[in-house]
Design a protein around this ligand. Structure first.
Ligand SMILES: Nc1ncnc2c1ncn2[C@@H]1O[C@H](COP(=O)(O)OP(=O)(O)OP(=O)(O)O)[C@@H](O)[C@H]1O
Ligand SMILES: [Mg+2]
Length: 242
């Protein structure tokens, strides 16, 4: 079933067309990579879906409901690239904050196991201020997983994580996928994306310029069977022939 639908999404900043008429959808249990050169409009797209930016035009639905609807919002999670950690709150406070915001009951066990999973147990009482960049990122990931969302948006989630955390996060992606959740993940790490994405969306200058599985892209580009996602991406986003 379809869990996320974006239709003719446009977000303009004055004359800058950050997102310029993008349409796509995600099904339950799908992991989709959102790719594109710097400034392509990936973060803007994710923030519009998350309801943090108001789109200039277009509609966004989560499980058939407008994305600003309260129920739709409770099914959505967004892990940002710029880490909005509260410097004056401890790691545990962050988990408690999410539990309160989403009115979760019996959240402590889940919070504890998430922190354990991401090596943060010992930092439970540490203030946000005193956490390293990767730790902050891990806290944001744990927060994003607390309320059992159906649609998860991640902006550059793998940058800055240590190898163990990268492995944990990839395992989390697989678990979520197997539980029927939909994941939209913006990333520049194409070799990793090739491994964990069912499908990719390629944006450039606010437009969606390619979409499909790595196999789909190979046949559309008439590329050889051994061409990697990186090869295909560089070809798709090159300015030659335009
Ligand atoms: N607050 C803003 N005001 C004006 N222009 C903005 C703003 N935020 C983004 N833009 C512009 O919108 C375009 C898309 O930016 P966006 O951050 O969505 O790109 P991105 O694909 O996430 O890039 P990156 O790979 O560098 O993260 C860029 O041209 C950027 O300069
Ligand atoms: Mg970005």
């Amino acid at each position: 079933m379809e869990s996320l639908r974006v239709e003719n999404l446009k977000k303009y900043y004055g004359k800058t067309k950050a997102v310029d008429g993008v349409s796509f959808s995600l099904n339950d249990g799908e992991v989709v990579g959102l790719l594109g050169p710097n400034g392509a409009g990936k973060t803007t797209t994710l923030k519009c879906i998350a309801g943090l930016l108001r789109q200039t035009e277009g509609s966004i639905t989560i499980k058939g409901m407008d994305h600003r609807d309260d129920i739709a919002r409770s099914k959505l999670s967004y892990v940002p690239e710029v880490l909005d950690i509260y410097e004056g709150l401890t790691v545990w406070d962050h988990m408690k904050f999410i539990a309160l915001a989403y009115e979760l009951s019996d959240w402590e066990t889940k919070a504890y196991s998430l922190l354990e999973r991401f090596d943060l147990t010992e930092k439970r009482s540490e203030l946000g201020l005193n956490l390293s960049k990767g730790m902050r990122q891990k806290v944001m990931i744990c927060c994003g997983l607390m309320h059992d969302p159906d649609v998860l948006l991640f902006d550059e989630p793998l940058v800055g994580l240590d190898p163990r955390a990268v492995r944990e996060l990839k395992d989390v992606f697989v678990t979520l996928k197997n539980a029927g959740k939909s994941l939209l993940i913006s990333t520049h790490m194409l070799d990793t994306a090739q491994n964990f994405c069912d499908r990719v969306l390629v944006m450039k200058a606010g437009k969606l310029i390619a979409e499909g599985s790595v196999d789909d892209l190979r046949s559309k580009m008439r590329a050889s069977q051994d061409s990697t996602l990186e090869d295909l991406f560089l070809e798709i986003t090159s300015d030659e022939g335009k």
